[in-house]
Design a protein. Structure first.
Length: 281
């Protein structure tokens, strides 16, 4: 007998532990937590390689699951006919409920997508060079890791600045806005409403996090003052709006583009709204 098969031989002779299945189940249940802890502790090139490996494993798993789902959905079933069947119906097969259900789900998704369709689906991305200005720091002004935002931004009330030594992105007070003039498209009435937050900036996820407002940005405004209610009787708290024009200050405008005067207002249109921003107080 080969020397490296002593474990298999022992199992054949004496079997496994009585609680082997339970221990294996618990070990498998702990694997996810162990992987998570390992991923959090890793640093440097090891972390990159580990995350790349995990990503490839997840992609393969998703592909396998998708293949199984498609096999289940696209099957056909033979229908039992009680009486005589015409010749032109002999080759037909009945579609299974899985395919019908899949088509219903796709249809519902399309309807939902149409419901939340924005006025401008695609916009040109704003480059970092246009949105940020390099701020030189250090005793001899050699370090250039700080950035000043040159676009209009929204900053929440609970925001607290980091110490100047650690602050990477500077959002000037003169470019912060917290209120909007919202126009209802059907009523053609304008309301002054507070901004709740920046929901999505199409240029970059970093812009969304910083609250940068550029063309195509989707905002959320507080409409509780308007007294809107749902069919169930609940008060509507917020609505979305999208910026339709490129915001330029006086002197920077191009032919055919709208610009902002000293009052600093811009026009936005969205699910309900055409909005004009006002300077933060």
């Amino acid at each position: 007998m080969p020397q490296n098969e002593h474990i298999e031989l022992h199992r054949k002779r004496f079997g496994r532990r009585l609680d082997h299945e339970e221990r294996a189940r618990k070990r498998q249940a702990r694997e996810g937590h162990d992987r998570s802890a390992k991923a959090k502790k890793m640093r440097g090139i090891k972390a990159k390689l580990y995350h790349k490996k995990r990503y490839s494993e997840k992609v393969e798993m998703r592909k396998l699951i998708k293949q199984h789902e498609e096999k289940e959905k696209t099957g056909v079933a033979e229908k039992q006919e009680t009486g005589a069947v015409p010749a032109y119906l002999l080759d037909r097969q009945q579609q299974t409920a899985g395919t019908v259900l899949s088509n219903m789900i796709k249809q519902k998704r399309k309807e939902k997508a149409n419901k939340y369709q924005v006025p401008i689906p695609k916009v040109k991305a704003v480059s970092d060079a246009e949105a940020f200005k390099v701020v030189k720091t250090g005793k001899s002004r050699r370090k250039g890791w700080k950035r000043m935002v040159t676009k209009v931004t929204y900053v929440g009330e609970s925001f607290t600045r980091k110490p100047a030594k650690f602050e990477r992105f500077i959002r000037p007070m003169g470019l912060r806005f917290n209120k909007a003039h919202v126009t209802h498209p059907e009523l053609q009435t304008t309301f002054c409403l507070p901004i709740v937050g920046v929901k999505k900036n199409p240029s970059s996820q970093m812009y969304t996090t910083l609250g940068v407002i550029t063309k195509g940005t989707i905002l959320e405004v507080n409409v509780s003052e308007l007294g809107m209610v749902t069919q169930g009787g609940k008060v509507v708290w917020g609505k979305y709006a999208q910026l339709l024009i490129k915001l330029l200050f006086a002197g920077d405008e191009q032919p055919g583009e709208r610009w902002v005067h000293q009052r600093r207002s811009l026009v936005v249109s969205g699910e309900y709204c055409s909005i004009q921003f006002w300077h933060a107080q």
